[in-house]
Design a protein around this ligand. Structure first.
Ligand code: GLU
Length: 476
């Protein structure tokens, strides 16, 4: 039987890191097993579902390099199948209408609380007499539909990540609502646990890989599979992504959606790489820097940890810098050009742009560093206090003046760095100052700061763009 897995996102928000990691594990598992990875958009929450979120989710997955097979299934298109299944469960006596009002249920929960019990539906309308049921109906009470969960049922499965799992029916909160409240001659909107079972069956899903927050749902879903006599898929529950305090990563941690990471300057390759390591470890002897396409053949769910995966910014940054350093100048230029364009920065020419990339690449961690670090090559720098102090050093302006005169006579085009070296040497000697003083002063004049990338290469770039003399002049 060939493997078919799925991601079933609800389009109620942008692609979340947890969903993206679930997608990645499913995709890797499908690739490792030469199976299919499918998508189902769970859009039955009409109020919160938005088309723009579906688009964001699909774009985010594509950005990460995750491709899917077949067209995405749209859950809301199957509502009549879902309702038919509910009808079947009602006919079989495995589901029933519950007329309890919200107020009655609230009272029930309060009483349970006062008696020190966990809140749980007490199955009060499981065996209503026909008389009482008629009374409820004729008084216009609406009803939900509940699926019977026997307290003494035992649910067990062999989880591909967590091993043997065991659940008691009595721990599942009483008979489960499978259709929302509606007039009592109608079937209300079908709810998650039932719908997932039907859709996974329809899509012939063989393995359900999802977050461990769905474990209790899995127990409920297995009961539904059995009731509907459907083939039960294999389950695997992935560990949650935790923040540094060990709590589930949430909005409070600043970034939650993939688009936030993109905007912060993380590359898609680093994100996919890092997220794969959130809970999974590479086989011994293999590097932790990889492309998901190349690693997929080694992906086994057995190597996924059971315990939560702590989100580690330092590690993500390290991976991102490694990915950036491993890009060719051409590839990095492609990533950075859109950021330059946003600032209306035009490279002198392609070769110049590539050389600038080569200069700044080693000190980049994030793609946005490529903006900060290339800024002085596109915009005249503002001098900070340290820069001004440097220019006011004894002999600084004088030697800069000598350099400018020599430079004008030489008409250096910025290409041969040896000429620049020679110019520095000769100018410092004739002004009788140390070469270091001239170099520091020149750096301030050209780049506006005392620290930064290699001076001669930077000077060469500015000279090729015909910016160097002008910058020196404004400092004199
Ligand atoms: N729509 C559900 C979610 O986003 C799907 C869970 C599942 O994979 O069954 O959590």
């Amino acid at each position: 039987m060939s493997v078919r897995v799925r991601l079933a996102p609800s389009p109620t928000g942008n692609l979340h890191i947890g969903t993206a990691r679930t997608a990645l594990f499913n995709w890797l598992f499908a690739s490792a097993n030469k199976g299919k990875f499918l998508i189902r958009i769970e859009d039955t929450d009409k109020e919160r579902s938005k088309l723009e979120y579906t688009e964001n989710i699909l774009e985010g997955l594509s950005w990460l390099g995750i491709t899917w097979d077949e067209s995405p299934i749209i859950q809301s298109e199957y509502i009549s199948e879902h309702k038919n299944a509910i009808k079947k469960l009602l006919d079989l006596g495995l589901a029933y209408r519950c007329y309890a009002t919200e107020t009655e249920l609230e009272l029930m929960r309060e009483e349970q609380k006062n008696n020190g019990l966990a809140p749980k539906y007490d199955n009060r309308h499981r065996n209503l007499s026909p008389e009482l049921e008629n009374e409820f109906k004729s008084s216009g009470r609406e009803s939900v539909i509940r699926f019977r969960i026997e307290d003494d049922s035992i649910i067990s499965w062999d989880d591909l990540i967590r091993g043997s799992m065991y659940w008691k029916g009595s721990d599942l909160g009483g008979d489960m609502v499978i259709a929302r409240r509606a007039p009592s001659d109608e079937i209300g909107d079908p709810l998650y646990n039932l719908v997932v079972v039907l859709d996974d069956n329809l899509m012939r899903i063989t393995h359900v890989i999802r977050g461990e927050d769905h474990i209790a749902n899995t127990a409920k879903q297995i009961l539904l599979y059995k009731a509907l006599k459907l083939t039960i898929p294999t389950f695997a529950h992935t560990p949650l992504i935790l923040n540094s305090e060990g709590r589930k990563l949430s909005k409070r941690d600043g970034v939650t959606s993939i688009i936030d990471f993109k905007e912060k300057g993380y590359t898609s390759e680093a994100m996919a790489n890092y997220m794969t390591l959130l809970g999974w470890s590479v086989p011994e002897g293999m590097t932790e820097i990889f492309n998901i396409k190349n690693i997929s053949q080694y992906f086994r769910l057995e190597r996924v940890n059971k315990s939560g995966a702590k989100f580690d910014w330092d590690k993500l940054n390290w991976i991102n810098s490694q990915v950036i350093h491993n890009l060719s100048n051409d590839e990095l230029l492609q990533e950075i050009t859109p950021l330059w364009n946003k600032n209306n920065w035009k490279a002198f020419n392609k070769e110049w742009a590539l050389d600038l990339i080569g200069l700044i690449k080693p000190s980049m961690t994030l793609l946005v560093d490529g903006v900060d670090q290339s800024r002085p090559f596109f915009e005249k720098p503002l001098l900070n206090q340290d820069g001004l102090n440097q220019l006011n050093q004894e002999g600084a302006k004088a030697v800069l003046k000598v350099l400018l005169t020599n430079l004008e006579q030489t008409q250096w085009d910025g290409v041969d760095i040896n000429i620049a070296k020679q110019l520095l040497k000769v100018s410092a000697e004739s002004a009788s100052v140390k070469k270091g003083l001239l170099m520091k002063t020149l750096r301030v004049a050209l780049l506006g700061q005392l620290n930064g990338p290699d001076l001669l290469t930077s000077w060469g770039l500015l000279a090729r763009a015909k910016q160097d003399k002008e910058r020196i002049k404004t400092c004199l």
